[in-house]
Design a binder for this molecule. Structure first.
Ligand code: ATP
Ligand code: MG
Length: 419
């Protein structure tokens, strides 16, 4: 009898030559990591697809939904795997169409990856089509735009038959681009921005600025929950946490109140860039969306951006809040992000933040603080939490410098009160 497998489809556009083999290898590794909780028997490449088979019955059905969320997956189909025996694959075609769901019209789409099978694609279409017409006499065959398509794929000694398939998140496999530092708050936007960069193949290394010691460390646990929620399909290997409260206090005392937020953010960007240099990251990512809050006007973005040389990407700059919320719900971070926690964003906030900062005034305020000393001090005080993530490689070259960033003791999360 046929076994069930997941057939993973990816976009081949732009994936020619060497690039394609590399892409496939990374995607296979990522699928393996994402499916660690399943009993995966094998992950193989077959004729433009990746095939995932399981050693326990029922797992392919469950795994499909997870596979669809892995960056680089354009589509995943729940297929029957049979031998090259007509009775077996025709029977699988009947099952595939039965489980497809409601439909009125259908067609068969057969393909052979090599020509050593005596039946041509046309012969296969006819053979399987006849069996399906007999099994579903009340349904009609329709060549253009049918409700259901039964795919029959002959690859060497095997036949894969499927009708049910779901759309994947698309993009490129995580790790096919380099590292990016992502400024991760526990808000709604930055987890989405982090996810979007991971979907384009980047390995995100988040940096969270907490209000500690001026605020409790609740936000630090929320960002850890966010990292955990993105897994296993999106992997984050290391989260940096920078206790920012004392420096914020110094800035609040020394600078004109309207410019405080800009000063905080200049320091945050600069610290992130330094950590990025240690990590070998090639960009900084934020969850900013134009005009959403005072610090996200064009003038203020410019006033902050000028302190760094690394490119700053803002994948949400043109997004509407509702779109961002929908994506946050889809990737599983929304609920965590709506829990309130004091972090550096809520600390020492001016009553009236400047919305259109003038650069000359920003530069004047910048000189009122020992910004270089603050940046150095915060980089030295940065802590990190590690997670299991095969795509992440900790920095090698500057290991000595890196080891100075003491790993944060993993305190257990407080138990949630019982209702
Ligand atoms: P978010 O929902 O991502 O918190 P926001 O609407 O609250 O965004 P801001 O507070 O202005 O907007 O922050 C803009 C961006 O700056 C965030 O998307 C994030 O990338 C970064 N950021 C803000 N606060 C922090 C923080 N405490 N630690 C790290 N990055 C932060
Ligand atoms: Mg925020």
């Amino acid at each position: 009898m046929a076994s069930r497998v997941c057939l993973v489809h990816y976009h081949e556009i732009g994936l020619k030559g060497k690039n394609r083999a590399r892409f496939e290898r990374i995607l296979m590794d990522n699928l393996k990591a994402a499916l660690a909780a399943f009993s995966v028997a094998a992950i193989n490449r077959i004729s433009g697809h990746i095939l995932v088979s399981f050693s326990q019955a029922g797992q392919a059905e469950e795994a499909c939904a997870l596979i669809a969320r892995v960056p680089g997956v354009a589509r995943v189909s729940l297929a029957f795997h049979t031998g090259r025996v007509a009775d077996e694959y025709c029977d699988a075609a009947v099952h595939a169409l039965t489980e497809f769901g409601p439909f009125e019209s259908f067609k068969v789409h057969a393909r052979r990856s090599n020509t050593d099978y005596e039946l041509s694609s046309l012969d296969l279409n006819r053979q399987v089509g006849e069996v399906l017409c007999a099994a579903f006499p009340e349904k009609r065959v329709q060549m253009h735009g049918p409700d259901a398509i039964v795919y029959v794929l002959v690859v060497q000694g095997s036949v894969y038959v499927y009708a049910r398939s779901m759309r994947g998140v698309g993009g490129l496999p995580q790790g096919s681009a380099g590292k990016v530092m992502t400024l991760l708050s526990s808000g709604i936007d930055s987890p989405v921005a982090t996810w979007m960069m991971a979907r384009r193949g980047a390995v995100p290394v988040p940096v969270h600025f907490s209000g500690r010691p001026q605020t409790p460390d609740t936000s630090e646990y929320l960002v850890q929950d966010i990292v955990a929620a993105l897994a296993p399909e999106v992997q984050v290997g290391r989260l940096y946490v920078v206790p920012f409260g004392d420096v914020q206090r110094e800035i609040a005392i020394a600078c004109p109140s309207g410019l405080r937020v800009i000063m905080y953010r200049r320091i945050m960007y600069a610290v992130t860039e330094r950590l990025g240099r240690i990590e070998g990251a090639k960009a900084i990512v934020t969850g900013e969306s134009l005009g959403q809050v005072a610090s996200q006007t064009l003038e203020n973005i410019m006033a902050v951006n000028e302190v760094v040389d690394l490119p700053v990407f803002r994948p949400l700059i043109g997004s509407d809040k509702q779109e961002i919320i929908e994506r946050a719900e889809q990737i599983g971070t929304y609920e965590i992000s709506t829990q309130t926690a004091p972090d550096c964003c809520t600390l020492f906030m001016p009553r009236r933040p400047e919305t259109h900062a003038r650069l000359a005034e920003v530069h004047e305020a910048w000189e009122l603080i020992d910004h270089e000393g603050m940046i150095e001090g915060l980089v030295a005080a940065a802590e990190y939490v590690d997670f299991t993530a095969p795509t992440y490689r900790p920095p090698r070259k500057i290991r000595a410098r890196h080891e100075a960033l003491a790993p944060r003791a993993a305190d257990p999360l407080p138990e949630a009160p019982a209702n």
